[in-house]
Structure formats: structure tokens, C-alpha cells
Design a protein around this ligand. Structure first.
Ligand code: NAP
Length: 299
């Protein structure tokens, strides 16, 4: 099976490497130059259209506008070979997933929504959780490829937008957990409880689980290298708010974490891990990321 890959950022490069490790031919395109050493075995092509000449194409671009520009505006659907299946693994809006499904259907192409849970190191170890939705035959055709990238593929039905709604809900809930931990620290540190001791308590007694483990450690260490960039997390909170607006609902906690991430990005911290939002809360809204010197001293 000839595979195309579009978008070799933190996540895409790791995923493309795993497809090559699984002995697939992968032709990949990235907007800016990518070092071949970073994607050994991947065939780097000059145009997105070259990567789109395939049986299955993965897209791991950052957001809706990037996919619109690279895939739709460039007319790649019209020139694609019949039967191609396009797997969009980016975190995109529910509305755009619906639009993409329709446009692929009109062009006679398969479309699978397959957003992922897991950070770049998880992608690198082929242990993502993939939320897959689309027509059963299209999902079945790419399922063996998804298996190389993941520890589990969660099948969420034939409506692709379901996978996107689920992914946005997951990120919304992680952001809320990060903010909840930060607010817990605000209350407990003020009376002298060490934050590591507080997190030992809440992890042991109340909230065991990966998100709490990972982000409590980052908040304790003040370690904010991405990971998942705050600017991308802000994008996801905005997309979740759009999805809630579409159904006429307002979600107050979602708006709070959107605002928290917005402040972090406005403060110039958009390239930091999204858990930087917690640091801002703990420090009364005026956080500065720890300097490189400070984090070097720690290690
Ligand atoms: P990233 O490292 O910032 O990579 C973004 C990719 O999109 C790069 O290949 C970038 O190209 C490309 N891109 C952005 N705008 C473009 C444009 N206008 N035209 C062409 N290419 C464009 O981001 P990432 O962390 O890999 O995230 C990618 C997607 O995965 C996002 O939707 C994110 O929400 C989702 N996600 C991320 C994580 C995570 O922990 N990082 C986890 C799950 C899901 P250049 O290299 O040229 O900039």
C-alpha cells in the first residue's frame, strides 16, 4: 500500500517514522524543510500533491486553516486517484470534519477522522490512542495502518465528526484537570502544604490516572517544554466552544480554561506546554516561564 503523509511536525514525524518501521512506503511533505535524519526511510517530496498520490494519505497539520490551504485550496481532492482514503489525524473542528466528509464523498474519496490522544513521545513509541470514525469500509482499510501507530484504536462509528467531538471533549477535560490542580495548589500552598505532598494525596486518594500523573509532575517541577503547545490547546478550546455554540449550549468551565490558555498565549507563552496555564494560576496570573537557566539547574 502506498502511503502519503502531510505534516511532519512533532506528531506527524513520529507517526511517519512508525509507518516506515512497519515496512510501508511513505512519501511525505512538510511546508518547511525537514532533516532526513529526523524521518529516516521516509521519502520526502516537494509538493503536497506528490504525497497525495497514494492509496492512503495521513494529514497531521496543525489546524483547520492549514488543512484548508494545503488540501482544499490546492485542489488535491479533485486530482486524487479514485478510492484514495484520507485519514485526518489533526485535531480539527466538528464543522470542518463534516465539510471534509462531504467534499471527499463528492470527489469519490474515502474519509476517516482519526484524531489522536498522546504526546509526541507517545506517538514515537507507537502507543497513541486513536479515535476513529468514518464509513466502515474506509476505516477497515486503514485499520492495519492505525494499529502501527497506536496501542488502541477506538471505533466511534460511521459519522467522522464523532471522533472530532470526542477528541475536543478529551482535551477540554484535560485542560480542566490542569486548572483544577493549579487551583488546589493555590489553596494548599497558601497554608504551607508542599505541592508534591498535595499531589501525592490527590493521586493516591482521589484522581489516579495518566493526565493527573503527568501534569501534576509538570506543575511540581515547573517543567513546561512541549509536549502539547499552549497555542494549539487554545485552538482546541476555541473549537470546543464552537461545537458547544452549535448546539446552543454554554459550558462555563470550558470558557474558563479557554481564557486561561488565552492569557498564557497573550503573555508570549504559546510555544510552551499547555500546563503553563497552571503556573499562571498558581502565580496569580502573571507567570513567566522558568528560564532555561532555572530548568538547567534542576537537571
Ligand atoms: P506542530 O509540531 O506545531 O506541527 C504542525 C504541523 O503543521 C507542521 O508540519 C507545520 O509545518 C504544519 N503547518 C501548520 N500550518 C501550516 C500551513 N499553513 N501550511 C502548511 N503546513 C502547516 O504540531 P503538532 O504538535 O505536531 O500537532 C499537530 C496536530 O496534532 C494538531 O492538530 C494538534 O492539535 C494535534 N495533537 C497534538 C498533540 C501533541 O501533544 N503535540 C497531541 C494530540 C494531537 P511547518 O513544520 O512548516 O511549520
Amino acid at each position: 500500500m502506498q502511503i502519503g503523509f502531510i505534516g511532519l511536525g512533532s506528531m506527524g514525524a513520529a507517526m511517519a517514522r512508525n509507518l516506515v518501521k512497519a515496512s510501508h512506503d511513505v512519501r511525505a511533505w512538510n511546508r518547511s524543510k525537514v532533516a532526513q535524519d529526523n524521518v529516516p526511510g521516509v521519502i520526502l517530496v516537494d509538493r503536497a500533491a506528490d504525497a497525495f498520490e497514494a492509496d492512503a494519505v495521513f494529514t497531521m497539520l496543525s489546524d483547520d486553516p492549514a488543512i484548508r490551504e494545503v488540501i482544499l485550496d490546492a485542489g488535491l481532492l479533485a486530482s486524487a486517484q479514485p478510492g484514495l482514503i484520507h485519514v485526518v489525524t489533526s485535531t480539527i473542528s466538528v464543522a470542518f470534519a463534516r465539510e471534509l466528509e462531504l467534499l471527499h464523498q463528492e470527489a469519490g474519496l474515502g474519509y476517516v477522522s482519526a484524531p489522536v490522544l498522546g504526546r509526541p513521545n507517545v506517538a514515537a513509541s507507537g502507543q497513541l490512542n486513536i479515535l476513529a470514525a468514518g464509513k466502515a469500509d474506509a476505516v477497515a482499510a486503514v485499520q492495519p495502518l492505525l494499529a502501527h501507530l497506536s496501542k488502541k484504536v477506538w471505533m466511534l462509528g460511521e459519522d467522522p465528526a464523532r471522533a472530532n467531538a470526542a477528541k475536543l471533549a478529551c482535551n477540554m477535560m484535560i485542560a480542566m484537570a490542569i486548572e483544577a490542580m493549579a487551583e488546589g495548589v493555590v489553596l494548599t500552598e497558601s497554608i504551607g502544604l508542599d505541592r508534591a505532598d498535595f499531589f501525592e494525596l490527590i493521586l493516591g486518594a482521589l484522581f489516579s490516572g495518566r493526565a493527573y500523573e503527568r501534569y501534576s509532575a509538570q506543575i511540581t517541577d515547573r517543567s513546561f517544554e512541549p509536549g502539547f503547545k499552549a497555542k494549539l490547546a487554545l485552538k482546541d478550546m476555541r473549537l470546543a466552544i464552537e461545537a458547544s455554540n452549535e448546539i446552543g449550549r454554554t459550558l462555563p468551565m470550558l470558557e474558563a480554561v479557554r481564557d486561561g490558555l488565552g492569557k498564557a498565549v497573550s503573555a508570549g507563552l504559546g510555544e510552551k506546554d499547555w500546563s503553563i496555564m497552571a503556573d499562571m494560576t498558581v502565580r496569580g496570573g502573571s507567570s513567566v516561564a522558568p528560564s532555561e537557566d532555572e530548568s538547567e539547574k534542576k537537571h
